[in-house]
Write a protein that binds this ligand. Structure first.
Ligand code: SF4
Ligand code: SF4
Length: 454
């Protein structure tokens, strides 16, 4: 197989026998790399501080699966909020699909934790110990300290992997519980430590050995690109109209210097067109721009554009479709935000006790019995009272004290409603029960009351 066409057959980081080839990418330099570095550190800080920062006493982000309690942007969700969680997941999937159709794999190159950790932390540590292929890659045959450099690199990788594991765990346990696990003796938390060690080893293997193979071989999102992208999608693309025929003497702007390949973290040649291995990291844009500057040609031979934009010569980053899809994206996010922020914090259900009808207490009073379930979805105890809003002379009796509902708890009790006979409107009377939190009406529930048969 012609080596230039090998990319059609197999991932670029695998040889013909299927063995992985190590990719030693040069460190990029340029405005896109600077922007990416700033954005990556914002993401890293968010990852570290999201479970620590509190809004209304709740973590900004917490996925406490063990206690079936989730905090998203300070809003608490419990197992009873499955509907909202399902809605969030559904909207997230639709958003990912829409975002990819418009903006290609921007997520992969800019916000995916795999890329951020690999490019901004692990690879920089590697450059530090073993040199940057851009200028002074240490040659292991000639360098007597190479083995120490490699040991130093791997030790650093292990420490960073352990730290990342702690950050990752904090999203599921919260900082307090994590601190408790870390500070307690291993014998008291064997399962937790085995789990932490397992995840740390996993991260170490991923970042020290598997690296870009996670994006090119394992990641299902990467594999979906062929379905989601079309000729109008924006991605990092080579301007073949301007660049070809490539080569110094052939007339195109591309001088075939190979620098865009040398800097690519997945080792591909962007000049071969859109490939699923391209994570849109923009490293090749920076590198080609610096080559263009040296040969005094206009920049952006590689740039963000669509295939149609290159083909027609009209740059098409923002077009009617981009705006329309972005509007749909924003509307979806708005609906989700509205639903989440307006969801009730106290859920009450009142259902007639199965098999019961009307009880005659005496000649003037009759009663009905109901099962009541109250869920306090906040992180504060609530003082709840029930009152019939349309009949004053009613008597509401609970089998348990419901006045103080503990935070995040579900409470079940039995309610007996006693009514004067003269208030009944035939066989069935519609009633409205007001639910009050600290004497403030928070919701009204409609039920019906069955009277005696005449
Ligand atoms: S860096 Fe630019 S000029 Fe060099 S091979 Fe790549 S596209 Fe061509
Ligand atoms: S082709 Fe360019 S944008 Fe795509 S992964 Fe390689 S360097 Fe990044």
């Amino acid at each position: 197989m012609d080596n230039n066409q090998a990319f059609r057959d197999r991932p670029i980081n695998l040889d013909e026998a299927g063995n992985s080839k190590r990719i030693l990418a040069k460190q990029p330099e340029g405005k896109w790399y600077t922007r990416r570095t700033v954005f990556a550190w914002i993401c890293i800080l968010f990852l570290i501080f999201a479970p620590i920062i509190k809004i209304n006493g709740n973590p900004l982000m917490l996925l406490d699966i063990a206690n079936r309690k989730f905090s998203l942007f300070g809003n608490l969700f419990f197992a009873q909020d499955t509907f909202i969680m399902a809605l969030i997941m559904l909207v997230t999937v639709v958003c990912i699909v829409l975002f990819t159709v418009i903006y290609g794999r921007l997520w992969c190159g800019w916000a995916c934790p795999q890329t951020i950790f690999l490019e901004m932390i692990y690879r920089r540590i590697e450059y530090l110990f073993e040199g940057n292929p851009r200028n002074n890659l240490k040659n292991k045959e000639e360098d007597p300290f190479f083995i120490f450099r490699r040991i130093g690199k791997h030790l650093s990788f292990i420490i960073i992997s352990f730290l990342i594991t702690n950050v990752f765990l904090m999203w599921f346990t919260g900082p307090e519980k994590l601190l408790e696990i870390i500070s307690s003796p291993v014998s008291e938390n064997q399962l937790g430590f085995i789990f932490m060690a397992g995840i740390s080893i996993f991260y170490y293997v991923v970042y020290a050995f598997l690296r870009e193979q996670i994006c090119t071989v394992f990641c299902p999102y990467g594999r979906l690109q062929g379905v989601l992208l079309d000729s109008r999608s924006i991605s990092v693309i080579y301007d073949f109209k301007r660049g070809e025929p490539r080569g110094i003497k052939n007339g195109g702007d591309c001088i075939d210097c190979g620098q865009c390949i040398a800097v690519c973290p997945t080792g591909i040649d962007i000049k071969n067109g859109s490939q699923y291995e391209c994570i849109n990291c923009t490293a090749c844009i920076d590198e080609c721009n610096s080559v263009m500057k040296k040969i005094k040609k206009p920049g952006n031979l590689i740039r963000f554009d669509s295939y149609n934009g290159i083909e027609t010569g009209k740059r098409s980053v923002f077009n009617a479709r981009t705006y329309a899809y972005s509007a749909v994206l924003l509307i979806l996010i708005f609906i989700l935000g509205f639903t989440v922020s307006n969801r009730s914090t106290i859920d009450v259900s009142i259902l007639r006790m199965p098999g019961t009808m009307c009880q005659i207490i005496d000649s003037t009073i009759v009663s009905n019995i109901y099962n009541v379930k109250i869920i306090n979805k906040t992180n504060k105890a609530k003082h709840i009272t029930f009152k019939l809003t349309d009949i004053q002379q009613a008597n509401l009796e609970f089998t348990n004290d419901i006045s103080l509902l503990k935070e995040g708890k579900t409470f079940e009790t039995v309610l007996m409603i006693k009514l004067p006979k003269q208030k009944l409107k035939g066989r069935t009377t519609d009633l409205k029960i007001g639910i009050f939190d600290n004497n403030i009406l928070i919701s009204t529930i409609a039920i019906n009351f069955i009277g005696p048969q005449n």
